[in-house]
Design a protein around this ligand. Sequence first.
Ligand code: SAH
Length: 249
Amino acid sequence: MTADVITIFPAMVEAALAEGVIGRARARGIIDIAVRDLRAYTQDRHRTVDDVPYGGGPGMVMKPEPLFRAVEAIAAERGAPSAVLMMTPQGRLFSHEMAVRLSGLERIVVICGRYEGVDERVTAALVTDEISIGDYVLTGGELPALVVIDAVARLVPGVVGDAESVAGDSFVRGLLDHPHYTRPAEFRGLTVPDVLVSGNHAGIDRWRRLERLRRTRTRRPDLVEDAALTDEERALLAEIERGERETSN
Ligand code: SAH
């Protein structure tokens, strides 16, 4: 997979993508992420990327020409992009399902807005997906772009060393993850559930399945309704519900 991020703050984006799991995957050539400085695609002496809005009003708007040139240069270099993402609070709310879909694509281009946003003709002519990371407004699309790229890249095979760790994460099978503990077994009087230190793998497995269901049920009942539960999970869920009825009686 290749991802090209178009931004006026390349250092900000590059810094985040150089670290951790994503940084290692880039260094090993598993994913190829390039951060593009939008100003490199301007043609005037001042390297202008914004202008005043037609119709007046506060703030500035990102000009179309540098963005068109940037996307066209990337397409010429890499081949036509599979998707061009625009980060915008007006887009579709980003989700695990969207990350899964994007992780299967070959070439992604991500546009980070600033100021009041981007000239609408960019969206109309170039963008395939408008994506929001939540119902709040940020000062720029860089953090949203990083959120999307991070979530997508970790689903690309080989990026996270242990594929099982991704398979167990929240949302992957429609449920939240179970709680995690590490050593020491007792810390300031706080203990780890007995079963986890028992060495009984079947017991541990069962505890984890039970806790995923319990957690999801209390925190995100909407997810339990949509989840494709196995027969065993349905039985565990019934057990949890029985247990709760008993304690409330
Ligand atoms: N005037 C715009 C907001 C501009 S914020 C509006 O009200 O819709 C400046 C830039 O930050 C946007 O162009 C977008 O790229 C980014 N941004 C801000 N909030 C975002 C969010 N919740 N999700 C994705 N991108 C966001």
